[in-house]
Write a protein that binds this ligand. Sequence first.
Ligand code: COA
Length: 571
Amino acid sequence: MSKHDLIIRVAGEGGEGIISTGDLITQACARAGLEVYTFKTFPAEIKGGYAMYQTRVSPEPLYNQGDTFDVLCAFNGQAYDLNRSLLHPGTAFVYDGPGGDFEPDVPPGVHAYAIPMTQTAKEMGNIKAKNMVALGALSQLFDIPEQALREILSAKFGKKGSTVVEGNLNAFTRGRELAAALTKSDPWKMEKPLHDNNSVVLSGNDAVGLGAIIAGLDFFAAYPITPATEIARYVARHLPKRGGTLIQAEDEIASLGQVLGASFAGKKAMTATSGPGLALMGEMLGMSFMSETPCVVVDVQRGGPSTGLPTKHEQSDLFMAIHGSHGDCGRIVLSVEGVGDCIGLTVEAFNLAEKYQCPVLLLSDGSLAFSTQTIPYPEPADYPIVARKTWDGKGEYQRYVITEDNISPMAAPGTPGGMHIATGLEHDQAGEPNYTSANHEAMQAKRFDKLKAVVDDFAPAEVDGEGEADLGIIAWGSTIGVVREAVARLRAEGHSVKGFYPKLLWPMPVEQYEAFAATCAKIMLPEVNFLGQLAHFVRAETTLRPVSYTICGGLPFTPAMIVGKAKEMLK
Ligand code: COA
């Protein structure tokens, strides 16, 4: 397959402005009409540690952050050491020198450019602007739109005052001059866009916040936790504009409790957390299921267990998402592939919660939380909204009356004649506590039977490819985007491969898995966790016996990793 993308990785110490540098490159390329897909990793500390920001740009659609970089910009020796093994012949290597803290032994075939970032920033009396010297050099060497960069960096640092902006612009100019004095020997430069795209660049977390607003969010309560906090920050900026309420609760237990209270009062309500917070929400998930109170819980997965890897990627909360809580506690679990999904499936999560009056968990992950992607400009009118079934005010009101679809009409507090108890105690159709065996059996059946309609009420899982295949690859979450590209590469090399990308993970669309497997000689299931969590449920709920391919190093798969494993299985 011919290469139409350019991948630039900026790496150095947290606090040196690595993230800002990558973000400015990304914004400038998106403004130029290119597709972008970014990924960043950074340490748990505010300063120090290794920070990296990778920007992939292309005139064509992008679904993941790519295999490795074409251009590496290293701010220090640690960044060089951590990335040296990826400096293949043909890659370009921009580094801080002379005057930096390392002297690289550049591998043969690598196009190296020494830019005295630290020294120049010091000479300008503005060490903080080291990253702007680097940005200027990158702009000059790889044709990153200069004017767009000047405008965007002026806007980004405007809140820090005109002196900072001017200092940064001067450092940017100096960086361009330093690079212009060098002889460019590499082939890399920004391609021109294919079309003028009406797109936006959004992070996965901001997209979840936008989806909630589009869905009609009224109430949001959460406790800050990496990597979910940006969802709350997005909602805090936009929810008050529409008269909604955001509360930073004292902990995650209270957060979901407040969400259930708001939902009981007739409001659309959501919380967002990560693994450690979801673990605390177990009992309240049971309260939602038992009292049939709608709620949306977003879980942005990170490395676990315990405090784990707060700023690193993993898909390891599926066991908890599907069964977290005591007793038999039902719920609906969705997972997102990319930023576009973060909008659409958040709306879907609300629609399903409101319709089926149960907890709906939306699984995102660190890779998505830290990624920004170009997506078509979202039009709220493109997202149908579903309202909860409400009582018509006629006859005697029973909150949990058995109906044909097992979904009972809801009456908001204060509705005349609609007074009722929404309780976590087992209860009868009127909501009165009832501990008899027959009643518990009947009410559990009601609460679970209503969820049987969910699979047919949700879009079928995407099948990537037609007919029979030697290998089928099942993927979920942001791993789907990586598998999508791997499948395309394998097909371009003549291999017979198909993909299966479920986004409704629970209740499991068993027949869709079986139908897919019936066309594949072998099945592989890659996921970023240690135990192979979706593979476990696939084996438990279907006749499939996929080969589980798991990694858990805090980073996402790359397409090359999937291709390599697939070729092993195709032998
Ligand atoms: N001139 C002036 N200011 C600049 C600048 C420049 N040339 N370049 C960057 N800065 C500012 C940025 O605006 C940012 O300021 P802000 O915090 O007011 O937005 C700050 O310097 C940091 O720069 P940035 O590029 O955002 O990050 P970095 O690459 O320096 O890495 C982080 C620092 C991201 C690692 C750190 O800020 C952080 O967030 N650490 C905590 C991680 C975490 O979530 N831990 C989990 C705990 S459970």
